[in-house]
Write a protein that binds this ligand. Structure first.
Ligand SMILES: NC(=O)c1ccc[n+]([C@@H]2O[C@H](COP(=O)([O-])OP(=O)(O)OC[C@H]3O[C@@H](n4cnc5c(N)ncnc54)[C@H](OP(=O)(O)O)[C@@H]3O)[C@@H](O)[C@H]2O)c1
Ligand SMILES: [Zn+2]
Ligand SMILES: [Zn+2]
Length: 343
C-alpha cells in the first residue's frame, strides 16, 4: 500500500503494489514514519507536467525490520532503522570508496524515481507501509531518538549536515541559514549544536521566535535592506535552502572574506556576477544528501545532542493536505506521515 502520483493532477491516490522478494543482502522494513520533503513536491509537479514512470514519493523514513536476506548480519528482525534518499551505489568508484556514495560516478540509486541496479525497475518511495532496501543503505536508528521526529534527518538533515561539516563549522564560526523550512531549521539546530554563532535570513518575520528557540542569535528579514546591509560580509558559511530560483547576489554579500555560500535548496541553473565572488574571494558551493559514514555520524551526533526535527505528524491519508500546505510555506517545520493507517 502507498500513495502514488496521478498524471494530470497533484493529488496522490492510495494504491496497492508489491515490493521485490528479498535478495541476499536486502532487508524489509515496515515504514512507520516518512517525512514530506519539498523535493517530493517538485517531483509530483514534474510528473504532472511530463509524466514518466509511476511515482511514489518519500525518501526520509524510519521503521522496523520485518525480514532479512540470507547474507544480512547488520540487522535482525525488530531493529529500528532509518533510510534516506539513496538506497544503492556502485561501491567501487572513487566517490564510493571515499564514503561519498551520494556522489557515486554511476549515480546513486535514489529511494524513489531511481533505477534499481539489478533489475532496472524504477524505485518506489516510502509514502508506503513497506520498503525493501540493501542492508548497507539502512542505518540503525539510535535509541533515544524519537522515530517520527528523526525521519526528516535522513534527507533534510544530512543534506545540510554534510556541508556544515565539510566547511569546518564549529565553535567560533559564523553561520547564516537562508530559508527557515525543513532543511533550514535543521541547519540552524546543527550549526548551533556545533557551536557556531547562527543567524536566520528569512522572508517571514513571524518565524523569529522559532529561530531563537532553535538557538539562532537573530532572524534578519531578507526584504529589510537596512538589516541586510548591517550583516554584510559577516558569515563564514551561508547555507541557502530556498526552494525556488532566486538571485544569489543578496546572499553572496553576506559572505565573509574567503567564506562560502552553499546553495542546497534550488538545484537548477544559476547566474552569478563574477565580481560578487571576486570581492572577498568568496566561494559558491552546493551539496546534496549524504554518504553513509557522514549519515551515521550525523545520527550519532543527533542522539548525543538531542537534535531532531520539529514536526507536524499527520496520518498518511492527509498527505495531500500536507503537500498543499508545504507548497504554501505553511509548515512548522516538517510534515511527517504516520503510515499506520496503511494496511
Ligand atoms: N540538495 C539536496 O540534496 C536537497 C535535499 C532536500 C531538499 N532539497 C531542496 O531544498 C529546497 C528546500 O527544501 P525544504 O524541504 O526545506 O523546503 P521547505 O520546507 O519548503 O523550506 C524552504 C524555505 O525556503 C523559503 N522559501 C520558499 N519559497 C521562497 C521564495 N519564493 N523566496 C524566498 N524564499 C522562499 C522559505 O523560508 P522562509 O519562510 O524562512 O523565507 C521556506 O520555508 C527544495 O527546493 C528541495 O527540493 C535539496
Ligand atoms: Zn528530500
Ligand atoms: Zn560509485
Amino acid at each position: 500500500m502507498g500513495w502514488q502520483a496521478d498524471r494530470g493532477g497533484t493529488a496522490l491516490r492510495r494504491v496497492s503494489f508489491e515490493r521485490r522478494d528479498l535478495r541476499a543482502d536486502d532487508i524489509a522494513v515496515c515504514v512507520d514514519y516518512c517525512g514530506v520533503c519539498h523535493t517530493d513536491l517538485h517531483s509530483i509537479h514534474a510528473y504532472r507536467d511530463n509524466g514518466g514512470a509511476p511515482l511514489v514519493p518519500g525518501h526520509e523514513f524510519t521503521g522496523v525490520v520485518t525480514d532479512i536476506g540470507r547474507d544480512v548480519t547488520r540487522f535482525a528482525v525488530g531493529d529500528a532503522v532509518a533510510v534516506g534518499n539513496i538506497v544503492d551505489s556502485c561501491g567501487a568508484c572513487a566517490m564510493c570508496l571515499k564514503g561519498q556514495e551520494n556522489f557515486c560516478h554511476e549515480f546513486p540509486t535514489l529511494t524513489y524515481g531511481g533505477t534499481d541496479r539489478h533489475d532496472g525497475t524504477t524505485t518506489l518511495g516510502a509514502y508506503s507501509r513497506e520498503y525493501v532496501v540493501r542492508d548497507g543503505f539502512a542505518h540503525p536508528l539510535p535509541a533515544g531518538l524519537d522515530p517520527a521526529a528523526a525521519a526528516p534527518l535522513l534527507c533534510a538533515g544530512v543534506t545540510v549536515w554534510e556541508p556544515l561539516r565539510a566547511l569546518g563549522v564549529g565553535p567560533g564560526s559564523r553561520v547564516a541559514v537562508v530559508g527557515l523550512g525543513g532543511l533550514g531549521h535543521l541547519a540552524v539546530k546543527f550549526a548551533v549544536a556545533l557551536g557556531a554563532d547562527t543567524t536566520v535570513i528569512s522572508r517571514s518575520a513571524d518565524k523569529a521566535e522559532d529561530a531563537r528557540r532553535f538557538g539562532a542569535a537573530d532572524l534578519v528579514v531578507s526584504t529589510d535592506q537596512e538589516r541586510m546591509a548591517a550583516v554584510k560580509e559577516r558569515f563564514d558559511v551561508v547555507i541557502d535552502t530556498i526552494a525556488v530560483p532566486h538571485d544569489l547576489a543578496p546572499y553572496l554579500k553576506l559572505v565573509a572574506l574567503d567564506g562560502t555560500l552553499s546553495q542546497v535548496g534550488y538545484l537548477g541553473p544559476v547566474t552569478v556576477e563574477g565580481l560578487d565572488l571576486l570581492i572577498g574571494r568568496k566561494k559558491l558551493s552546493s551539496a546534496g544528501s549524504g554518504g553513509r559514514p557522514e549519515t551515521a555520524a550525523m545520527l550519532e551526533f543527533c542522539a548525543e545532542h538531542g537534535v531532531t526535527a520539529d514536526i507536524e505528524l499527520v496520518p498518511s491519508a492527509r498527505v495531500n493536505e500536507a503537500l498543499d500546505r508545504l507548497g504554501r510555506n505553511d509548515v512548522r517545520y516538517r510534515f511527517v506521515l504516520d503510515m499506520a493507517d496503511l494496511v
